[in-house]
Design a protein around this ligand. Structure first.
Ligand code: BES
Ligand code: MG
Ligand code: ZN
Length: 496
């Protein structure tokens, strides 16, 4: 998609999107069109309510203008996420019209700053335009090729250009994550995932190192290897390094993404229904990879090391079994009571590695970890477990900007009791209740004294059907939030 900014009006582009508020006059649109809109409003055909769209045509000179009115509701109630949602609806309308170019009239409101308004428009339009159709023989190229954002005041142009650059990078990062998740597991397995990351590192400007099974064994990642050993496809441990703040070498954020390129459940096998979407069990890996790409491309002043323990959870004569007692890189022993609680076993070695070997001073792990989080929070919010409330506050701020909702779950000591084993240090499940919390706290046992956030994205990483700017399949959740968390820790960002 080619996006251009201009200070002049929509010009001769045939298809135009005009934002309309319920409670604002139409002085910002040309007179001939504003009177038509006024007329629709008076007749009650179109109110400008949030998310409403309305289509009409108007002859102007030789061209027949196709005009899409986009309701933005009440000015004071608009947020940047509502802008994304509204423009994803506009995109659907524009695609129905099969337009190859669209002019979008820019607007300003008091409740959202200029940069965020522009980013909201760009993200809403482009994230909604994604489709995973590479395997369809009759796939068609997207009709919409050019977007012009028109009517930006000259004095806002510099800001708008900066915002556009950032929005493009963030959308690319998010679509990288969606593509990685949507790629089926017969194509996307640990070795191919590692190759993709090597390519991305070169394109985006971060360093990549990949460990094979020998090196993984040598490092003593015993818990990770127990999960990996049931598959013919060998595991890969992927390390991504970006040092943008050389003066603060001791301040390193460790990102850890769950990288199960497929999760059958192992001997605690899943029913088919639960298994068909399990190519998405590397959604956490996709989030940290997409975020690294955006952080590096924007040359953010921060140090970040991201790691992914990539493997498949399958059944074979060599697979681990319920009842096994295994060890881990950190030295703690674990009683395996369910082989489907595999993610946490791979994550604890990755967390231990990033602290011990990469000297991470703070850690965030991102994982499609539990079905229980979908029961607790639905598909609306990511569940969070933490040992540090200040750090959680930073996440909340980043989430306000990205629109990706997060919700903290309690981490009382009583829950920690549930993962103690009688015959090993820990057990890998904590019983029927509070499953998201016990899973998170299991990982927390390996973070030492580091500030840590655990993001359970099992509910938010996947959509069964298109949902505004989130499209069917992988959502790319986490990319934009992690980016803002890293960016904001460096310099202030406007809070509207
Ligand atoms: N990958 C799954 C979690 C999951 C479920 C992700 C649904 C996306 C959608 C994870 O490995 C798993 O199987 N968790 C088990 C844990 C249980 C055995 C304690 C679960 O949630 O059922
Ligand atoms: Mg599982
Ligand atoms: Zn899993």
């Amino acid at each position: 998609m080619n996006i251009k900014l201009q200070s002049t009006a929509c010009g001769d582009v045939e298809t135009v999107v005009i934002p309309v508020f319920e409670d604002r006059d139409l002085s910002y649109v040309c007179e001939d069109i504003s009177s038509i809109i006024e007329n629709f409003k008076n007749k009650g055909q179109f109110k400008g309510g949030f998310g409403e769209t309305f289509f009409f045509t108007k002859e102007r000179g030789d061209i027949l203008k196709q005009i899409v009115l986009l309701g933005l509701g009440k000015q004071g109630e608009l947020t940047s996420d509502k802008i994304r949602i509204a423009y994803s609806k506009a995109l659907k309308k524009v695609n129905e019209l099969k337009a190859s170019a669209v002019a979008v009239k820019f607007f300003k409101v008091d409740s959202v700053c200029t940069k965020r308004t522009l980013k909201g428009i760009v993200e809403g339009l482009t994230l909604a335009n994604y489709k995973f159709d590479k395997f369809k023989s009759d796939r068609k190229e997207a009709t919409l090729k050019d977007i012009v954002i028109a009517g930006i005041a000259e004095e806002d142009m510099k800001k708008a250009e900066m915002a556009l650059e950032e929005a493009n990078v963030l959308v690319d990062g998010t679509l990288i994550a969606r593509d990685l998740v949507n790629e089926p597991a017969n194509f996307m397995y640990p070795e191919t995932l590692a190759k993709e990351v090597e390519k991305l590192g070169k394109d985006s400007g971060f360093q990549v190192e990949v460990f094979d099974e020998n090196k993984i064994n040598e490092l003593g990642m015993k818990a990770f290897m127990e999960v990996a050993k049931g598959s013919e496809n060998p595991p890969r441990f992927i390390v991504m390094r970006y040092f943008g703040d050389e003066d603060n070498k001791n301040n390193i954020l460790g990102l850890v993404g769950k990288g199960l390129t497929y999760d059958s459940g192992g001997y605690s096998i899943k029913p088919t229904d639960g298994m068909v979407t399990m190519k998405s069990d590397m959604g956490g890996a996709a989030a940290v990879i997409g975020a690294m790409s955006a952080i590096a491309k924007m040359k953010i002043k921060a140090n970040v090391v991201a790691v992914v323990a990539a493997c498949e959870n399958l059944i074979s004569g060599n697979a681990y079994k319920p009842g096994d007692i295994i060890s881990s890189m950190g030295g703690k022993t674990i009683e395996v009571l369910n082989t489907d609680a595999e993610g946490r076993l791979t994550l604890v070695d990755a967390v231990h590695y990033v602290i011990e070997k990469e000297k991470a001073s703070k850690v965030i792990d991102v994982a499609t970890l539990t079905g229980a989080v979908v029961m607790a929070l639905g598909r609306t919010a990511t569940g969070v477990v933490t040992n540090n409330h200040e750090f959680y506050g930073e996440l909340q701020k980043a989430s306000d900007i990205s629109g990706e909702k997060v919700w903290e779950l309690p981490a009382f000591d009583e829950y920690k009791e549930l993962i103690k084993s009688d015959i090993a240090d820990l057990k890998n499940i904590g019983g029927r209740f509070g499953g998201t919390i016990t899973a998170g706290l299991f990982i927390g046992e390996f973070v030492q004294d580091k500030p840590w956030l655990h993001l359970d994205i099992a509910g938010t990483a996947w959509e069964d059907k298109d949902n505004n700017y989130l499209t069917k399949g992988g959502t790319g959740v986490g990319v934009r939030t992690l980016y803002y968390l890293v960016k904001k820790s460096v310099k202030g960002c406007c809070n509207k």
